[in-house]
Design a protein around this ligand. Structure first.
Ligand SMILES: Nc1ncnc2c1ncn2[C@@H]1O[C@H](COP(=O)(O)OP(=O)(O)OP(=O)(O)O)[C@@H](O)[C@H]1O
Ligand SMILES: [Mg+2]
Length: 269
């Protein structure tokens, strides 16, 4: 089954003179543990597509299904909950809170979801270790380089153990060395943790690490390029996450239910 599926997705912004058809019917399926890159000219609808996939915006027409659940069938509150528990976002601008340290930034999504501070911090440290930032956990973003800030942002996106990681130009503000490092990290999340990733990028080098490149033009899929064969992985149903309001993000497992011996290393402290 697809982790993510869209059917006839359309998005229109504005009216009359200001009317823009940002998406004109997108049908897309993303398999568990797949890394898909979305490429296309400026204004072709890439960020719009990502916003719809993440349930941040609602489609004018068509459907988005995450783990088989139609986002349109959910109330606003349920959709917010699903987004908070099943989707991780990274952006071009790292979007870390400036007054919080790295570990506090990473722990925040868990604390917002009612996880105790101690547990949130423990899991945040695990994620910082995964991205190689455990030694800088006490730094505020302004004391970190761009590449380091983006790795913290990745850790924050992953701390909820998302079914889907959405990234809009994640290397856009990084120099080439840090861009390559981040791309390698994303690839490792796919290869070692079966993380499903949909990433928008302008950079062909970054896109070349994906399993598939989806080329978008004028709000439509123009063509797809498969770079690596897809590998089947079992995932948890999203419905169980929404159905039990007491459940904490990711505790049920999902894509992060990794076979023994493949779990991220624990922080010794
Ligand atoms: N909130 C909005 N209101 C009105 N029009 C919008 C809005 N968001 C996007 N658009 C328009 O929709 C079209 C697609 O925009 P989108 O941001 O998805 O493009 P993009 O492919 O991400 O471009 P870029 O590569 O420059 O980031 C553009 O014409 C844009 O001006
Ligand atoms: Mg964009």
């Amino acid at each position: 089954m697809h982790v993510l599926e869209t059917r006839g997705l359309k998005k229109v912004y504005g009216e009359a003179e200001a009317r823009v058809e940002a998406l004109r019917g997108v049908d897309l399926g993303v398999m568990p543990g797949e890394m898909a890159a979305i490429m296309g000219p400026s204004g072709s609808g890439k960020s719009t597509l990502l916003a719809l996939l993440g349930g941040v915006e609602t489609p004018t027409e068509g459907h988005v299904l995450l783990e088989g659940v139609d986002l349109a069938s959910l109330s606003d509150d349920q959709r917010t909950l699903l987004r908070r528990r099943r989707i991780g976002f990274i952006f071009q601008s790292f979007n870390l809170l400036p007054i919080l340290t790295a570990v506090e930034n990473v722990a925040l999504p868990l604390e917002l979801d009612g996880v105790s501070s101690a547990e949130a911090r423990r899991r945040a440290m695990e994620m910082l270790e995964l991205v190689g930032m455990e030694n800088r956990h006490h730094h505020v973003p302004s004391h970190l380089s761009g590449g380091e800030q983006q790795r913290v942002a990745v850790a924050r996106a992953l701390v909820i153990q998302p079914a889907l990681l959405l990234a809009d130009e994640p290397t856009g503000n990084l120099d080439s060395v840090n861009g390559q490092r981040l791309t390698a990290l994303l690839r490792r999340l796919v290869d070692e943790h079966h993380q499903t990733i949909v990433m928008v990028t302008h950079d062909p080098e970054v896109a070349s690490h994906a399993d598939r490149i989806i080329h978008i033009r004028d709000g439509r899929i123009e063509r797809e390029e498969r770079l690596r064969p897809s590998r089947p992985v079992v995932v948890q149903e999203a419905s169980s996450v929404i159905a039990s309001p007491g459940a904490s993000a990711g505790l049920g497992g999902g894509v992060w239910s990794i076979p023994p011996g493949r779990k991220p290393r624990r922080n010794p402290s």
